[in-house]
Design a binder for this molecule. Sequence first.
Ligand code: NAD
Ligand code: TYD
Length: 413
Amino acid sequence: MTKRTIIITGGAGFIGSHVVRLFVNKYPEYRIINLDKLTYAGNLANLKDIEDKPNYRFVKMDICDFEGVYQLMQEEHVDGIIHLAAESHVDRSIKDPFTFAQTNVMGTLSMLQAAKLYWESLTTPYVMQDVDRLPSSLAHVIPTEERGSVSMGKELGMTSTPCRFYHISTDEVYGALEMTHPQGIEPPFTTKASSGEHHLAYGEKFFTEDLKYQPHSPYSAAKASSDHFVRAFHDTYGMPTVVTNCSNNYGPYQFPEKLIPLFINNIRHRKPLPVYGKGENVRDWLFVEDHARAIDLIFHEGKVAETYNIGGFNEWKNIDIIHVLIKTVDRLLGRPEGADEDLITYVTDRAGHDMRYAIDSTKLQKELGWEPSLQFEEGIEKTVRWYLDNQEWMDNVTSGDYQKYYDDMYANR
Ligand code: NAD
Ligand code: TYD
């Protein structure tokens, strides 16, 4: 059994909590450290079922806290990082781009630099021997008695351990695809995630790994910048990095600022459903546990310096998904079918709203054999049921500042 100590950043968020749960349960021999600042999006209730497991530790920390992160890596003898922590909501990025640059760009850089210095300390003696070569802000984190000691990696027997910095990114960095076929065309690809009922593509082009980045929102611009830094750390310093770009996720524990949980909650409470523009924008949806499975596979078997796109070939226009959500919530709550269609309210479009996202994940399928496990209809049913069955979770996350957020975002739209 290989022992590993892995930091997962953003583990208290939506996708991160599924990744932490998967790793803690699947790899009892690993030590999983969840590093999260617990912003409005971070919630330890997402991890109630695994919080007492012996191979799990939670550390409340900001990824921008370079010295804290470096110290944690030393203390825990970390040999892998899966980096998910980020500001993740496009609408918030439009209102407050600075926070997105700070967390997504500077936070990622802080993680990278800490990992670089830490891993160098495992394989080369100079960090320990020559404190003068460290940035002055770091010198004091090396205890005086350890200065001049030989390679810490050798002492720990870790020099041959493969280490890895795995950065989780988004398809939004590629920009927007054109909607060349608004009526939909027969798609060239299919996977288990592709909806049985609705499997259409809305254009001929897809996002492939070799596409030029063309981000439009402050969120995707900040993610793009962080992706560039990760690749620069490989190309410049030889850091063993991997980047993946995934399509829109859905499933349990998603904060109700994003389309699917927000609309399920509003339908339940018979509140208006704010559809941006004409509701014709297209997103490509993947069940979150399938993303977590892909992350597990790529962390262990993905090639260093590679990029993999993750998606299920499952394109939907927003308005079509909204009809499915209304139908499903009404059925599960015993309301007459379509009873809540009148809640649909068209509102001012999002600024710079990307028209279509569609991921081509053929590379991941061919090279590593990944396939989604769940068909979209099953995934949506599971997801709606989960939110309806977990009203207490929803009530908790929508108490406090949520109402203010909602008013700021939607009151005069
Ligand atoms: P989320 O907003 O639900 O969770 C983000 C987590 O990061 C929270 O737990 C938050 O507390 C933590 N965090 C934020 N700032 C932090 C900081 N400075 N220091 C430490 N922790 C901090 O996000 P998500 O939807 O789970 O997305 C996770 C990652 O996956 C992000 O990098 C996002 O760009 C990427 N992604 C998301 C999607 C999606 O559909 N949600 C799709 C593709 C990629
Ligand atoms: P969202 O879940 O915010 O994800 P992203 O913008 O990262 O794709 O939005 C999904 C789609 O739903 C997007 O086209 C915007 C649209 N949308 C609405 O129409 N109304 C809403 O209230 C929200 C939050 C999103």
